[in-house]
Design a protein around this ligand. Sequence first.
Ligand SMILES: Nc1ncnc2c1ncn2[C@@H]1O[C@H](COP(=O)(O)OP(=O)(O)OP(=O)(O)O)[C@@H](O)[C@H]1O
Ligand SMILES: [Mg+2]
Length: 349
Amino acid sequence: MTLILALESSCDETAAAVVEDGVRIRSNVIASQIETHRQYGGVFPEVASRMHVEAIHAVVASALEVAAVAPADLDAVAVTHGPGLAGSLLVGVNFAKGLAFGWGKPLLGINHLEGHIYSLWLTEHAPLLRFPVLCMVVSGGHTDLVLMRDHCTYQIMGRTLDDAAGEAFDKVGRLLGLPYPGGPAIEKAAAEGSPSAYSFTRSVMSADHPYDFSFSGIKTAVMRAVQPPPTGKRVRGEESIQAGVTLPNINIADVAASFQAAVVGMLVEKTVNAARDSGATAILLSGGVSANRLLRAQMRERSALPVYYPPLVLCTDNAAMIGAAAYYRYQQGQRDDLNLDVRPMLPLE
Ligand SMILES: Nc1ncnc2c1ncn2[C@@H]1O[C@H](COP(=O)(O)OP(=O)(O)OP(=O)(O)O)[C@@H](O)[C@H]1O
Ligand SMILES: [Mg+2]
């Protein structure tokens, strides 16, 4: 049996987990800072790192306690070392180094996106997974189509050229005066609206990069739809329109539903095409946006291949997914020393 203690602090969740053999979650403790950052309409990096410092000791202690594991029982300590916010990553990496050194355990630095992908190996679908698989990592900072031919082997087939899908949800949410994060708020508002009320343009990629994404055009189209005409002439008696202000003549539910439909349509089309063209046996969704129900449903509807996604708690940031990825890295012999550093822009490939 291999027991790994994993730490995750790349953004605004301080998390620790104990994972057994890469598949069984013994504990998964997450201290979210979301209520604090909501007042800023996004993650405030300096505040995030300070809050990680305050929380990490208790979070790790709790993960060990819930798992009923003593430090001596552990085989390794793993930690996210990138990509993410430098100040946030530093807290987890330094804490993990201290634990590994103090307990005399191997240390492993793990890529956060690899963690998102491995969240699927913590589900009941794990025994069904056969390589190659097409992974869509769709989160606050990334929208990547990744072909996996074996464990820990990644080929990027497509990625966003501008905003990540989650970032687009968050920005449009702000524009519509919805609370942060925009993704869940837009999904909720969209339930009351019509997805065909607005036709938001979907970007078309060049033949050389058929699986790349672009979301800035949709975001601009939403902005145009909700902002007053530049002449200053008021139509339909509307008042000033700004983020956080009521939009009197705009049906927020309709805008939310139309925006969500446009983003989901683009994600589904490219993912299904990439999976078909690459000979993948399944589509694996991961990352915060994979919590979106329309995305899950449409992907299943449109794909001839099986589509798997993690339970909600494993979609957004957590340390269990880092422990799952670390198990395969540990098996392959990865060991890092105390020179392990944070890599805010760490690539997956
Ligand atoms: N139901 C939902 N529908 C759409 N988007 C959602 C939903 N739930 C969460 N999101 C989005 O997911 C994102 C957060 O996901 P996650 O925590 O994986 O991102 P991150 O860790 O900040 O970024 P990265 O993993 O790229 O470093 C936010 O942008 C949020 O709006
Ligand atoms: Mg993430």
